[in-house]
Ligand binder design. Structure first.
Ligand SMILES: [Ca+2]
Ligand SMILES: [Ca+2]
Ligand SMILES: [Ca+2]
Length: 271
């Protein structure tokens, strides 16, 4: 039996060792219901027991539009299942709040893919329907290699953005905003990223943030230019990264007219 109680919660209550017994004595596992323990990324291997440890719960923060794939494999002879609950759920001892699940009978090979409709804390639940044994839970966050258009469901637009049809744009449209401070966030899983946009005389300064590091770029051009690469980065550590694009409300110093917007045409993710 693994240690069931966080050391911090026992401060002042236990003079000598015996953490395992202490865990049994309080008969409560911090990981067995919401809010559970914080998902650290990657994968985890631990155990469940349908008779005395039916649930493990992991809280995971997802951004709007973030794609997440969760996979569970368990020991043979067990029937474990996998659930995802939304951010308003209070307990996993109910089906209320389930937004994705995989529950194959007589099997502990479970997997689902989910795209977050809004930013929030979600709860992954590995559940022992029957049997006892080890399991491994793996989570992949973000979109993989490929080119994604401005209309992609994986783009987490916040604020007012408008789709503009334009035959010269990638896939014949781009998405534009004239509301200062609006953002679009994209969670990707790979080693590189490229952001393309339209340049013209209405465009202003866009702020691009990758994994918390920001820089500003001008989308201004006297005559329209299409499929312009505004920002790119390669050589990232393989895994989850977050790209954010924001309208600063600032004009390019060389612009004679007032700049009123910025836009997104496409994003490419490198494996
Ligand atoms: Ca548990
Ligand atoms: Ca199952
Ligand atoms: Ca496009």
């Amino acid at each position: 039996m693994r240690t069931t109680t966080k050391l911090s919660s026992l401060t002042g209550k236990v003079v000598t060792g015996g953490l395992v017994n202490a865990g049994r004595a309080v008969n409560f596992e911090v990981d067995s219901d919401i809010p559970g323990i914080t998902w650290k990324g990657g994968s985890i291997s631990t155990s469940l027991d349908a008779s005395k440890d039916k649930n493990d719960v992991y809280s995971i923060k997802l951004l709007k539009g973030e794609k997440v794939k969760a996979t569970l494999t368990g020991d043979s002879g067990t029937d474990f299942d996998l659930y995802l609950y939304n951010d308003t759920t209070k307990t996993v001892n109910s089906s209320n709040g389930i937004v994705a699940h995989s529950e194959i009978t007589n099997s502990s090979k479970e997997s689902f893919t989910f795209t977050a409709p809004k930013t929030g804390t979600y709860y992954l639940n590995a559940h022992a329907f029957s049997g006892a044994g080890k399991y491994t839970l793996s989570v992949t966050e973000g979109i993989g290699a490929g080119t994604y258009e401005n209309t992609s469901k994986y783009f987490g637009y916040e604020g007012t953005w408008n789709k503009i049809s334009d035959g010269s744009a990638s896939a014949s449209s781009y998405t534009s905003t004239n509301q200062t401070g609006t953002t679009v966030k994209i969670v990707f899983n790979g080693t590189g990223i490229s952001y393309k946009a339209i340049k013209n005389d209405k465009q202003g300064i866009v702020k691009v943030t990758l994994d918390g590091k920001s820089a500003n770029y001008s989308l201004h051009a006297a005559t329209p230019k299409y499929k312009e690469e505004i920002f790119s980065k390669t050589g990232l550590t393989a895994g989850k990264h977050v790209l954010s694009i924001e309208w600063t409300g600032q004009a390019d110093p060389v612009a004679r007219k007032t700049s009123t917007e910025v836009n997104v045409d496409s994003i490419s993710v490198l494996k």
